[in-house]
Design a protein around this ligand. Structure first.
Ligand SMILES: Nc1ncnc2c1ncn2[C@@H]1O[C@H](COP(=O)(O)OP(=O)(O)OP(=O)(O)O)[C@@H](O)[C@H]1O
Length: 229
């Protein structure tokens, strides 16, 4: 795994972000997430959750303050190096899932290994992950579009965890599910992340999901520098 046990999985220091011509959207004095911790972040629509996650995973360049991932100051890296860090140390599951429709289930999961992570036994790990997530071999050659939304979400989780990332970042991947499937999905995702000690930060506007997490904060608490505990 790409974790370094000496460092927190995620650390933010005086982070601030504004969209052009707008008041600051995010101002986070300090946030520290230790390795293996699972944090739920609640915020209403428009409070900046997606913007925050895009900053954390290096898709948006940082404007002010510092973002540390697994002991590396991500906010000091070039865009190319942030991409490399994301590929090796961060798994991402967004609302849109971003599966490639014309690729099979297995190809979608394995795609991520082309960008980073250990190459050995990657096929075996993909199979193990898919099996544990309730997608046995009969599904592996199906196109992503032939699956239900719930099945596609499990493929997206397998892809995000393939490289055993230090940090899993999830942006409401459950929004299309009913309550029963949502709960089952949350359990699966967190159990799988727990297998490898992956740290999780999960954002949602649905406060009922917080019961799945041992740590919870809302966007206002983040802005006040409240630490997860
Ligand atoms: N590319 C952009 N350019 C300018 N403003 C943006 C951009 N993306 C988001 N915003 C603004 O930033 C604010 C926060 O948006 P963001 O998507 O981060 O919120 P959110 O909490 O994830 O909302 P939701 O729960 O609805 O997904 C909104 O006011 C939005 O209009």
């Amino acid at each position: 795994m790409h974790t370094n046990p000496k460092f927190p999985a995620l650390e933010l220091k005086n982070l601030s972000f504004s969209w052009p011509g707008q008041a600051p959207l995010l101002q986070i004095p300090q946030l520290t997430l230790q390795q293996g911790q699972h944090l739920f972040v609640y915020g209403p629509s428009g409070s900046g959750k997606t913007t925050l996650l895009n900053l954390l995973c290096g898709i948006y360049p940082n404007q002010q303050g510092e973002i540390w991932v697994n002991g590396v100051q991500a906010s000091a890296l070039t865009a190319r190096k942030r991409d490399a860090l994301r590929a090796s140390a961060i798994g991402v599951v967004f609302q849109q899932l971003n599966l490639i429709p014309y690729l099979t289930v297995l190809q979608n999961v394995l795609l991520i290994s082309a960008f980073g992570g250990p190459k050995a036994d990657v096929g075996q790990r993909a199979g193990e992950l898919l099996n544990r997530l309730g997608l046995p071999e009969a599904f592996w050659q199906k196109k992503a579009t032939e699956l239900s939304v719930g099945q596609q979400q499990r493929v997206a989780i397998a892809r995000a965890l393939l490289n055993k990332p230090a940090l899993l970042i999830a942006d409401e991947p459950t929004s299309a599910l009913d309550h029963k499937h949502r709960d089952a999905f949350m359990q699966l995702m967190l159990t799988e992340a727990g297998h490898d000690g992956t740290t999780v930060i999960f954002v949602s506007h649905d406060p009922t999901l917080k019961r799945h997490f041992h740590l919870q904060l809302d966007m206002e608490q983040l802005a006040q520098g409240v630490q997860p505990c």
